[in-house]
Design a protein around this ligand. Structure first.
Ligand code: UD1
Ligand code: CA
Length: 458
């Protein structure tokens, strides 16, 4: 079976009240539309058509940014939103003749599971039908279309919420809006839809009645968990979906051997990876493309974004962005790693150390309040409390290079560009403006008495 997926994303999303197109709003750190795209890809869809309208250019531009390797993705434009049937029709030229099955789904239904769609596809394949739809039984109608069945329980139609009679409103079986179609049948019948209902839109759901009129059996696969089909229309829905997505992510990691001391306050983005026996303490946020190794302790109160952390690391109450830690690195509490910080095996940073665009070789130690920017620091060098790389001269950033086994005394100001040799030492409070050769000691800038003053307190 060769499947094409049509993902509908042309709706205005006005109730989000946002400058950002609805489908780009993130859930667990990932734009909503990517959930549908990745699901379609996981289902082995050979071609995917994403139907965009409002904000289409923004949606198009955002997708490559998220490094999605979908080569068979067609962007299809629906200029005016004239209904779900009209939206799917826009994909016809891109898809006709390419596959024998077409799966239709929405970009604003990010919680729908791959397994559920696989069941729908399997059912469609097994019955060799023209139309197989997903339904859900729920007491809350969520404004969904109601499924009409005849006395023999055969599906005979879908009535939209706005068009339903009071009796039809009582029906608890709902249309999820997800369907599998025989491709030829879909493309032939879609073009024949007429505007329908109070809104005079082209209803994709009218295809059910068309199939029934042609004496084609419509199959329905029924879903038990209504949360899977939560559609995002407002930021209230967005927060509900976020919560469910995060619960699923947390459970997956716990089942994969990661300890979450308090899942309710642990926030792991969708694309994060974590090794076995790592322990995440409360109020920890792991964002973006972060990868954490095995046997680490992260948190409490740490935020790590787009960073790579090796095995056996310990990060306490610190902020890490765009940084790399090899194995056995210890950080914090209250340190901050920024873009391009690279900490080799066994590095130890204590409290209030900021590192930016710097490479620290094995076992470098900086125990207390320092700023290390645009620096290269050799193995086993000790950075004393309060050391600052004065990397910015008001016009440009300059490099500080420190050799191996050096000892930088407390409160040293390293005025870059400057190089400190291997095994060199600097005295406490020294202001180093010139290179210090290997095996040498530099001291300086002792305080001088400038003038006397009257002490009013004595
Ligand atoms: C539709 C179904 C309804 C079902 C519900 C489930 C129809 C006529 N009705 O309702 O039976 O219970 O979904 O959520 O199909 N879209 C476009 N272009 C359009 C219109 C919609 O791309 O012209 C997209 C929207 O962005 C959205 C999806 O299609 O992702 C569904 O549209 P929405 O208006 O939310 O669904 P309803 O028509 O209310
Ligand atoms: Ca609608």
């Amino acid at each position: 079976m060769n499947i094409a997926a049509v993902i509908l994303a042309a709706g205005q999303g006005t109730r989000m009240k946002s400058d950002l197109p609805k489908v780009l709003h993130p859930i667990a750190g990932k734009p909503m539309v990517l959930y549908a795209l990745e699901t379609a890809r996981a289902l082995n869809a050979s071609t995917i058509a994403l139907v965009t309208g409002h904000g289409g250019d923004q949606v198009r531009a955002a997708i490559p940014n998220y490094q999605l390797l979908i080569t068979n993705l067609d962007f299809v434009e629906q200029r005016d939103q004239r209904g779900t049937g009209h939206a799917v029709l826009q994909a016809r030229d891109a898809l006709r003749g390419k596959t024998n099955v077409v799966l239709v789904m929405y970009a604003d239904m990010p919680l729908l599971k791959i397994e559920t769609l696989q069941r729908l596809i399997d059912r469609h394949a097994a019955t060799r039908g023209k139309l197989t739809m997903l339904t859900v039984v729920s007491n809350d109608s969520m404004g969904f279309g109601r499924i009409l069945r005849d006395p023999n329980q055969r599906v005979i139609g879908i009535v939209e919420d706005a068009d339903a009679t009071p009796a039809q409103r009582e029906i608890r079986e709902l249309n999820c809006g997800v369907y599998c179609f025989d491709a030829d049948w879909l493309w032939d019948n879609l073009a024949q839809l007429e505007p329908s209902g109070k809104k005079q839109e082209y209803y994709l759901t009218d295809l059910v009645a068309r199939a029934v009129a042609q004496e084609i059996l419509v199959e329905a696969e029924t879903l038990n968990d209504v949360t899977e089909v939560i559609g995002i229309n407002t930021r209230v829905h967005l927060a509900q979906a976020e919560k469910i997505a995060r619960q699923r992510i947390n459970e997956r990691w716990m089942l994969d051997g990661v300890t979450l001391v308090d899942p309710a306050t642990t926030y792991i983005d969708a694309d994060v990876e974590i090794g076995m026996d790592t322990r995440l303490e409360p109020n920890t946020q792991l964002k973006g493309r972060t990868r954490i190794g095995a046997h680490c302790v992260i948190g409490a109160n740490s935020e790590i974004k787009d960073s790579e952390i090796g095995d056996d690391c310990e990060v306490r109450a610190s902020t890490i962005e765009d940084a790399t830690l090899e194995d056995h690195v210890e950080i914090g509490p209250y340190s901050h790693l920024r873009g391009g910080a690279y900490l080799s095996r066994g590095v130890h940073l204590g409290n209030y150390v900021e590192v930016k665009n710097s490479r620290l070789a094995e076992e470098v130690k900086a125990g207390h309040f320092s700023y290390l920017g645009d620096a290269e620091i050799g193995a086993r060098t000790n950075i004393g409390a309060g050391t600052i790389t004065c990397n910015f001269d008001g016009a440009q950033k300059n490099k500080t290079i420190i050799g191996a086994d050096a000892f930088i005394g407390s409160d040293t100001m390293l005025v870059a560009p400057v190089t400190i040799g291997d095994r060199a030492r600097t005295g406490a409070g020294s202001v180093v403006t010139k290179n210090v050769p290997s095996d040498s000691l530099a001291v300086g800038a002792p305080a001088r008495v400038i003038r006397k003053f009257v002490n009013h307190n004595s």
